[in-house]
Design a protein around this ligand. Sequence first.
Ligand code: BGC
Length: 481
Amino acid sequence: MAGGAIVSTSNKQYGGKMTSFVLLACIMASSGGLIFGYDIGISGGVTSMDSFLESFFPSVFAKQQADASTSQYCKFDSELLTLFTSSLYVAALIASFVASSVTRRVLLGIGIGFANQSVPVYLSEMAPANLRGTLNIGFQLMITVGIFAANLINYGTASIKGGWGWRVSLGLAAVPAIIMSVGAFVLPDTPNSLIERGYGEEARQMLQKIRGTDDVQEEFEDLVAASEEAKTIKSPWSNILQSKYRPQLTMAILIPFFQQLTGINVIMFYAPVLFKTIGFGGEASLASAVITGLVNVFATFVSIATVDKLGRRVLFLQGGAQMFISQVVVGTLIALKFGVSGEATELSKGYASVIVLFICVYVAAFAWSWGPLGWLVPSEIFPLEIRSAGQSITVSVNMFFTFIIAQIFLLALCHMKFGLFYFFAGWVAIMTAFIYFFLPETKNVPIEEIILVWKKHWFWGKFIADEDIHVGNHMHKDTSA
Ligand code: BGC
């Protein structure tokens, strides 16, 4: 099967088990996802509130109030309005570049670009290999909780008399920021990070503590070997361009790119706007956003429970198929109702519910596939010497395309109309095929040994020479075991 064979690497099982210490540290680190999620969820709701539009975007407000002859698809089309939503991701993009040169723990305190840079890698380094997926997805879970909290708060503040509710929505972003900053002070460093900075003994003790056993010699040696290897590399940035890192570099760019091209943020940013566009009232729009937000949280648990058993590929492929179907259905339902002219028609309750239902089916699929895996997979495939640079690329590509989607969605909806949903469905088909052929399975493989997985892959294998393999006691040994 193309790219699909489960690779038996060295079958190495490091000692130890999941400890409450590591669980706590991971939960705390994951809270870095809260602020990212809150900011994703808050803008769409705020921009659908009349009082906010009236104060800051009076022309959009006027267009909205206009009679039904304004095409429904174009009701919210405004470059400035989208800039309000998308500006955040430019800031995060810039932060992610600076982030790679500072230590992971310090970074956790400083904003979204920094958090997305450090949290996924932190989680993957802390977790025992056989639970890495589960623990890493804590980050995505917190993102979804942040989005859901924002949906709820928007729903509540929209009804505040006097029209200052949007101030509360925006101001409350301070809460996840505080949680994250406090977390940053108490979080322990990862063993990898300690070794890298020359604290070998502390690293061994940390490893014993997080694995709950004294028997950590083998894993420790592999970490030290990886660190030695990394030290020989002067510049991770030019290094990552070498052909032996081509598989990782390709994934670092394509996975976040594809994640955004699923179209998920059309729903996350603009669900209330979208629901209003297709004729829901103001309150119903925000309420529907609460429903999709809730589905997003719960469906994430599916991936938490299955990612280390079924593996990453099964979730990617199943989720892709489900997203494709639901997007085609949603596009068609909207097409049947509004056609290309986008003239406002009365939307029956039943019809509206079916649209919301299929949007939920789509959100659920994303929540157990591209959502969590879009952060997990990049964080577990880079060898130490290119890990920071690789993660920086992933975060900046993600932020860049989040920005693009946020910026052009309302314009694209106005021009492509229901075809926009087919457009994203097309991308989902492409990315699902890409995963099928090019992403090998990484479940249960210790991070430092993932190079063996690439080496065995039908396509990527040819980029990696035998001499490139220096994993612990596998130095220059035959890797076909
Ligand atoms: C993505 C975000 C998205 C969120 C939805 C994350 O993994 O990076 O862009 O809004 O999932 O839950």
